[in-house]
Design a protein around this ligand. Structure first.
Ligand SMILES: C[S@@+](CC[C@H](N)C(=O)[O-])C[C@H]1O[C@@H](n2cnc3c(N)ncnc32)[C@H](O)[C@@H]1O
Length: 218
């Protein structure tokens, strides 16, 4: 016997619902939770994996950065964000790893400063617009974040980015998609004023760094 039309429609609706649920599964089991447990495991040691000292590019150029609110993306154990706090910035750090951020708070305490932190998956997060004087992002390359970084800066605010570039393949195995191409940072920030830029290679490591300022009129 054929089903009545309303039974048939309910059946189709149920199937569509099931299909929609199936389509959602890949995003529910996306890389992010794996990244979180991977980084939490890495940081589950007293040792600071990336050291407690800020990167040289930041120390050498901190006097150029506009004082105020600083956002440290993928802050990790806080070596750079905590340094900015010691220099008088109000620092907010975001990272997927609570273990990393807990160590950042320990480092802040050790330096007699306070920082604010939030556990956030940057792959699924919107940064507040026109909020920060400085946005810092070191050794974390998520290309679709750059537009958000630009929008998160106040006019006149500065982005400071540093991470490995493709020359690093001479010294280490690394996934190429997480390495900067030649001049890539210059291209990304071509609508900003370039304050400092370097492509550095010391025979052991190769990375690119930029400080770029958002136009004051925007
Ligand atoms: C190589 S570490 C760099 C940490 C810090 N920026 C530094 O230079 O010391 C990369 C950081 O990215 C964080 N991370 C990885 N995936 C992330 C995601 N989807 N959202 C937020 N943070 C993430 C990790 O937890 C880790 O702290």
């Amino acid at each position: 016997m054929l089903p009545y039309p309303d039974t048939l429609l309910r059946g189709i609706g149920r199937n569509l619902f099931l299909l929609a649920c199936l389509a959602l599964i890949p995003s529910l089991i996306s890389a992010a939770p794996r990244d979180q447990s991977r980084w939490d495991r890495k940081y589950a040691t007293e040792e600071f994996l990336f050291g407690t000292q800020p990167i040289r590019f930041l120390v050498e150029n901190v006097h150029l950065l506009p004082k105020g609110r600083a956002l440290d993306l993928a802050m990790g154990e806080g070596r750079n964000g905590v340094y900015l706090a010691t220099q008088g910035f109000d620092v907010v750090g975001l990272d997927i790893s609570l273990k990393g951020l807990n160590k950042a708070h320990l480092l802040a305490k050790h330096n007699n400063v306070k920082i604010e932190t939030r556990v956030v998956d940057l792959e699924n997060h919107q940064l507040e617009k026109n909020t920060y004087d400085v946005v810092l992002c070191t050794y974390y390359l998520q290309r679709n974040l750059f537009d958000q970084i630009k929008n998160a800066l106040k006019p006149g605010g500065m982005a400071l980015i540093e991470t490995y570039n493709i020359d690093y393949l001479r010294y280490a195995n690394f996934s190429r998609k997480y390495l900067l191409e030649p001049n890539e940072l210059l291209e990304i920030f071509k609508d900003f004023k370039i304050i400092r830029y370097q492509a550095y290679d010391d025979g052991k490591e190769a990375y690119s760094s930029i400080i770029a300022q958002k136009p004051k009129g925007n």
